[in-house]
Structure formats: structure tokens, C-alpha cells
Design a binder for this molecule. Structure first.
Ligand SMILES: *Cc1c(COP(=O)(O)O)cnc(C)c1O
Length: 405
């Protein structure tokens, strides 16, 4: 099989991606090192003034021009990410996941447009709609990701772009991506998905008709809690806009950071599988605990969204929530504070486990919290990001923390 065969499995693609021979060697000795070197470069030099003049009118990928357009280290990362997403034409990099969301949204909306945003969106995404985009004359309307009919009605009233997130990264509902996408595409709207949770190895989003995905590389691709970066990957039509907008906004990532992200990417598939297995075992254990009202883990049979997850996704990750029976916030704080193997902090997708109190109600305006089927009096959530520690040790830590709660 050729190294760039699109039918290679994701476990192979994360290893082979972005290793073009001309990026990993010297002229006449191409492909001789495993990893593309870190090309630290702002100025790129030209042979003569004629060569400079020739390049001025050109704006192509994979051509040395000036540091803001990157060099082989960044291109290798873009290339590897694009290869993971069936149907993708190209990827742009941004200094954070939030910057990637901004870059993607600003590529598709214009003053006077209406943007529909899922009500389970990451809260900086909400704030972007209600702040930055509003200031540029874009109206943002939130919709319940589980109410397909209401979504259809909103689209019928007019929408130029739709922003999805599945599962929601606090509340973990899984919307019907193919159904929502078909409705939006029929109306001619752009569809962008924040796919940070499963990433391209767990969901073939563009193959469903979605125009582009945003991935906070800070999370799983970086994977080691030492890197901030984001990516937006799109079809040819979207990619052209992403590229133009990113160039106008001056977005660029450092080659050192791109090399770190590439290093993380090489082990992404095995880390996600290990994390997912461990998270599922912990979710099953939590579901039996008397203190737990509901476990919101799409990978867990019987949990909200499991059937759709199983239908549409090929992978998951270690991030999920559970809802406590107690309404006592101090009890929740005691539980989390008693954990010793789980750090308390934002972000997720690193090699180490994290725990966070979550109260999604304040970040939504139309969708229910807790989700339908969960006792509405039970609102206190705890989000776990399961890392690579031994599963039994993590369960033992949770068990002792429940005792101290
Ligand atoms: C963390 C996160 C982001 C933003 O990533 P940053 O790199 O922290 O800016 C975007 N979407 C989701 C779902 C996230 O969890």
C-alpha cells in the first residue's frame, strides 16, 4: 500500500502523514530523517529581484515566501491533519482552538448574515457569536442540538452558516449530524463542526457533508498539556476562504509548536484508544455508584446519545461527565478536592487525568440541562478527562473520594 493511500487506517495515517521526502532531508538526500526539522524562519530569501517579482503574485501552499505563510514544519502538520479527514482539501493552523473557531466563522459570515450555533457549544464559541460577530453585524441564534424540527424551522427563516459541536464538551449530547447537515446544506448554509472531542480519527465529518471541522490541537493532538494550537480543515471551497481569512488576520503558529503537535499526533491513535477503554470502564463503574444520578458518556451503552454515537462515530475519547444526586455544591467540591490522581484545571486530552465541576445551565439558552431523562433536580456535574494512568488506580482514587464526599 502506498503511504498516501486514502484507504489506510487512521492508526497508520497518524504515523505516515506529513513526512514528504522533500521536507525530511536535504537536496539529493531527501527523506533521510524521520521527522521534518524545525524550520525557524521569518525571512525567506530569493535568488534575485526577478525571482522576488515572480513570487509576488503567487499565493500557493508548499512554497517558501515569508514566515507568516509557514515553512515545512507547519506544512507537514497541515498535511498530516488533512490526510486524516476524508474529503478534506487543506488545513489552516491557529495559535489556539478558539482562534481556529474565530478563523472558521469569520471565513463564512458577512454583515447581515444569520449564524445558527448549537446550544451546547463551548462557551467561548457562544461569546464569539454574542460579542465579536455581533459587532460585525452577524446575528447569532442558538438552537437545541436534539430538536431537529426546531432546527429545520430556524433554517427556513434564513441562515448562512451553522456551527455544531458533537458531543457537547460539558453536557455530551450527540446531535444527529447527518440530519442537521442535510437541512443546512439544502438551504445553502455553511456547516462547521467543532470536532475536538473525537477528532478526525473518530468521525469522518466531511464525508457527511460538513464543510469543515475545527480541532483544538491543544487537547488530544498535543496530548501532553504543554501546547496551545488549533486547526480548521475544510473542503476545497471552504479551505480557500479559511486560507484567505487566516492570511488577512495574520495567523501563524511557531515551527517549534508545530513540531510538538506533530510529535503528539504520532501517538494520537493509541492514546485515544487507551483513554477511551479506560473512560468506558470508569463510566460503567460510576453508573453503579449510589451517589451518581447519570453518566453522560456517549460511549456507554444506555447513556444519552449512545445510539447516535455508535451509528456515526468510529472512536471516542476519555472526556465525559456525570451528574450527582446531591444538590449540595459543597459535597461536590469535597469529592473533587479529595481526588489525588486527577488534577483540577481547564483543558483535557492530556496524558494525565483531570476533574472539573461543571454547571452547563449558565452557558445555554434553549436546550435542557440536565438532559432529558435525568432528574431535573440533579444539576451538579463533574467532568472527567481520563488520561493514561492505570484504570484500577483511577477507580480506587474515585472510590476514596466518594467516601470523603
Ligand atoms: C478547549 C476547546 C476549544 C478551544 O481550544 P483552546 O486551544 O483552549 O483555545 C474549542 N473547542 C472545544 C470543544 C474545547 O474543549
Amino acid at each position: 500500500m502506498a503511504k498516501d493511500d486514502p484507504n489506510l487506517k487512521s492508526g497508520t495515517k497518524v504515523v505516515t502523514g506529513g513526512r514528504k521526502a522533500e521536507w525530511t532531508g536535504l537536496p539529493g538526500q531527501s527523506g533521510r530523517v524521520v521527522n521534518p526539522p524545525v524550520w525557524r524562519a521569518s525571512t525567506h530569501l530569493y535568488e534575485d529581484t526577478a525571482a522576488l517579482a515572480d513570487m509576488r503574485g503567487r499565493n500557493e501552499d508548499g512554497v517558501l515566501y515569508y514566515g507568516r505563510r509557514g515553512a515545512p514544519t507547519q506544512w507537514a502538520l497541515c498535511d498530516a491533519l488533512t490526510a486524516l479527514e476524508p474529503g478534506a482539501f487543506g488545513t489552516m493552523l491557529y495559535p489556539s482552538g478558539v482562534a481556529a473557531i474565530a478563523g472558521a466563522l469569520m471565513s463564512v459570515v458577512r454583515p447581515g448574515d444569520r449564524l445558527l450555533v448549537t446550544d451546547n457549544a463551548y462557551d467561548p464559541t457562544r461569546n464569539m457569536g454574542l460579542g465579536l460577530l455581533k459587532n460585525f453585524g452577524v446575528e447569532t441564534v442558538f438552537f437545541d442540538p436534539l430538536d431537529v424540527d426546531a432546527f429545520r424551522a430556524l433554517v427556513a427563516e434564513g441562515a448562512q452558516a451553522v456551527f455544531l459541536e458533537a458531543p457537547g464538551s460539558l453536557s455530551f449530547e450527540v446531535c444527529d449530524l447527518p440530519a442537521l447537515t442535510a437541512i443546512a446544506k439544502d438551504a445553502g448554509a455553511w456547516v462547521i463542526l467543532d470536532n475536538t472531542w473525537s477528532g478526525p480519527t473518530g468521525l469522518a465529518a466531511l464525508a457527511m457533508g460538513i464543510d469543515g471541522t475545527v480541532n483544538a490541537l491543544t487537547k488530544h493532538v498535543g496530548g501532553h498539556s504543554d501546547l496551545m494550537m488549533g486547526a480548521a480543515t475544510g473542503t476545497e471551497r471552504l479551505y480557500k476562504r479559511l486560507r484567505r481569512t487566516a492570511q488577512q488576520l495574520g495567523q501563524v503558529v511557531s515551527p517549534d509548536d508545530a513540531a510538538l503537535a506533530l510529535r503528539g499526533l504520532r501517538t494520537l491513535d493509541v492514546r485515544l484508544k487507551r483513554e477511551s477503554e479506560s473512560a468506558l470502564a470508569i463510566a460503567e463503574w460510576l453508573a453503579e455508584r449510589p451517589e451518581v444520578e447519570a453518566v453522560l458518556c456517549p460511549m456507554l451503552p444506555g447513556a444519552p446519545g449512545h445510539d447516535i454515537w455508535k451509528r456515526d462515530f468510529t472512536g471516542g475519547c476519555g472526556l465525559f461527565s456525570f451528574v450527582l444526586k446531591t444538590p449540595d455544591r459543597d459535597a461536590r467540591a469535597r469529592l473533587i478536592d479529595a481526588l489525588s490522581l486527577f488534577g483540577i484545571g481547564y483543558s483535557w486530552g492530556g496524558f494525565e487525568s483531570l476533574a472539573l465541576p461543571v454547571d452547563p445551565a449558565k452557558d445555554r439558552s434553549v436546550a435542557a440541562w440536565p438532559p432529558v431523562g435525568v432528574d431535573p433536580d440533579c444539576t451538579l456535574g463533574v467532568r472527567l478527562s481520563i488520561g493514561l494512568e492505570d484504570t484500577g488506580d483511577l477507580i480506587a482514587d474515585l472510590a476514596q473520594a466518594f467516601e470523603r464526599m
